[in-house]
Design a protein around this ligand. Structure first.
Ligand code: GLU
Length: 449
């Protein structure tokens, strides 16, 4: 009882302090609800651990002035939240998207901390980015923006301090420019100051595929638990970027069929599956075009395009949201349940609203997994990239892929075991949050104030 009061107090304080940060509050309150059964040690309150876990250790913002190809000056806002260093250097992605706000980076940094904790690798949590819209920008403009961003950020990051990587709008090209700028201003070829680097300058094999591959490896364990495989299963996904591409590729390899992709313009339905090398390469081209629309896939391959619609109306066996936060509302969750979907696996961070997630999680008809578990493949291979940089060595594709599979499997095991231990049945979302909470709180207690 006293513990529940402590949770309520922490939650109330946060609400009062950050009334204008809805994504951050949403992500923290969902987590507090999940871990409540495990807040069972009086030291948590004595050390005020919960407050220290839900608020970032440090956060800063900076202006990013840059010049477009016409010579016009634009001024964007950049952010970095260094959320937790409890188990290693701050680690997390950078997002370049007009929707980026302090609330969004704080929610991402919070989720990243608990996502990173169970990879088994010593990394803390962070996130950052800018409200910059890369849509329609030339490569030169992107380069200038990345340089301007790095000039403001470089003094706060480093291999043992904070290691940024990609997220929405930041892929291999942007990491290349960011790393080039970092090297120039610091004068050091400090490989693991950034991850997601290209293969010719310290990047890891399988990093590009890792986010999507990891999700499918996690899903494979859920299927196995039900005595099933991916063979012949139909999957609806959202997005068409890096995460979606990796999911399509690995699902195809394991005999599943991804039948939808989506963008801000609507979704495509490809009943044959997005599974040939030509289709997979076309996804990369669509992304590289910078147009941020998926309709060109329908034109190219002669499949259906549904403008302005979301892919959740398609009846499938498995749903994997791969795009962005809050893309699944209550009405989408109702559709997903009505369509008889049996697996709901989050690849993107916080893809469902609180109410939508509750509907899905509490339904006995669908098995659910959260992004802090199923979405951690990308950062797991980022940590493997840091390990390879540290030993100045490069593992083979097979070695990295096998390590990724093992990591995803152990996250699954830890989540299932924690749910079991707290009498929560097969609640992988609560199990994952509890296991990560236990690990981080132990590290914090051990290190004192
Ligand atoms: N933003 C990605 C994620 O959520 C990458 C983070 C990283 O590699 O540091 O996993």
């Amino acid at each position: 009882m006293a513990m529940n009061e402590y949770i309520a107090r922490v939650s109330e304080k946060l609400r009062r302090q950050y009334p204008n940060e809805p994504e951050y509050l949403q992500s923290v309150s969902a987590w507090l609800e999940m871990i409540a059964p495990a807040v069972d040690d009086p030291r948590y309150e004595k050390l005020d651990l919960l407050t220290r876990m839900v608020e970032p250790e440090r956060m800063f913002s900076f202006l990013v002035p840059w010049q477009d190809d016409e010579g016009t000056i634009h001024t964007n806002h950049g952010y970095r939240v260094q959320f937790s260093s409890a188990i290693g250097p701050y680690k997390g992605g950078l997002r370049f998207h007009p929707s980026v706000t302090p609330s969004v980076v704080k929610f991402l940094g919070f989720e990243q901390t608990y996502k990173n904790a169970l990879t088994g690798l010593p990394i803390g949590g962070a996130a950052g980015g800018a409200d910059f819209d890369p849509r329609g920008r030339s490569s030169r403009e992107i380069m200038r923006f990345c340089q301007a961003f790095m000039y403001s950020l470089y003094r706060y990051i480093g291999a043992d301090t904070d290691v940024p990587a990609g997220d929405i709008g930041v892929g291999a090209r942007e990491i290349g420019y960011l790393y080039g700028a970092y090297k120039r201003v610091t004068g050091r070829a400090e490989s693991s100051a950034l991850t997601g680097k290209g293969l010719t300058y310290g990047g890891s094999k399988v990093r590009q595929e890792a986010a999507g591959f990891g999700t499918v490896y996690f899903l494979a364990r859920m299927l196995e638990h039900q005595g099933e495989t991916l063979e012949g299963k139909r999957i609806a996904i959202s997005g068409f970027g890096n995460m979606s591409w990796g999911v399509c590729k690995k699902a195809a390899e394991l005999g599943g069929k991804v039948v939808t992709l989506s963008g801000p313009d609507g979704y495509i339905f490809d009943g044959d599956g997005v599974d040939t090398p030509e289709k997979l390469d076309f996804m990369l081209q669509m992304r590289a075009s910078g147009l941020d629309r998926v309709s060109s896939y329908a034109q190219k391959f002669g499949v259906e395009f549904h403008p302005g619609k979301k892919p959740w109306e398609v009846p499938v066996d498995i749903v994997i949201p791969c795009a962005t936060q809050n893309e699944i509302g209550v009405e989408d969750a109702v559709l997903i349940l009505a369509n008889g979907v049996r697996y709901y696996v989050e690849a993107a961070n916080m893809p469902a609203t609180a109410e939508a997630l509750k509907l899905l999680r509490l339904s006995p008809k669908v098995l659910t997994a959260g992004a802090k578990a199923a979405g951690s493949g990308g950062v797991a291979v980022s940590a493997l990239e840091m390990a390879q940089n540290a030993i100045r060595y490069s593992w083979s594709r097979q070695e990295v892929d096998e390590k990724l599979r093992t990591i995803m499997s152990s996250i699954y095991d830890a989540s299932a075991a924690a749910a079991e231990e707290y009498g929560l049945g097969y609640d992988l979302i609560a199990g994952n949050d509890i296991a990560a909470f236990k690990k981080i709180s132990q590290a914090m207690i051990a290190q004192g104030l």
